[in-house]
Design a protein around this ligand. Structure first.
Ligand code: 5GP
Ligand code: ZN
Length: 111
């Protein structure tokens, strides 16, 4: 499958990794929107949040269980987690991912 994040997950495309285990990977975004901008992905391909169901939701819980650790690693004192879902939600890479944004005091509004 021609998916950039699958290629990052399997090492075909290099990334600046922050956290990795058997199920998930966190790496610095190539075009950071905030001083710290990390993308967290399941290694297994899930296209978007709209594809989450009872059979694959464990990895989403796993991602959220590791966010405090990843945030601590990055010295984040407060942060924002964003998921863009499908084209109308602003998603450009069709492999489920959560943006972890921080490194400054963020505004209260998203859009
Ligand atoms: P989306 O717009 O789908 O929510 O987010 C995709 C994110 O992936 C964007 O913030 C974009 O900068 C990032 N991105 C796209 N291609 C690459 C890449 O090859 N490497 C890294 N590290 N980030 C990427
Ligand atoms: Zn993928």
């Amino acid at each position: 499958m021609d998916c950039i994040f699958c290629k990052i997950a399997n090492g075909e495309i290099p990334s600046n990794k922050v956290y990795e285990d058997e199920k998930i990977l966190a790496f610095h975004d190539i075009a950071p929107q905030t001083p710290v901008h990390v993308v967290i992905i399941p290694k297994a391909h899930i296209a978007c949040a709209d594809e989450i169901d009872d059979t694959n939701c464990d990895v989403v819980a796993h991602i959220f269980s590791k966010i405090p650790l990843i945030a601590k690693e990055l010295n984040l004192d407060g942060y924002r987690i964003i998921n863009n879902c499908k084209e109308n939600g602003g998603q450009t890479v069709m492999h489920l991912h959560f943006h972890l944004l921080g490194g400054k005091k963020l505004g209260e509004k998203i859009a």
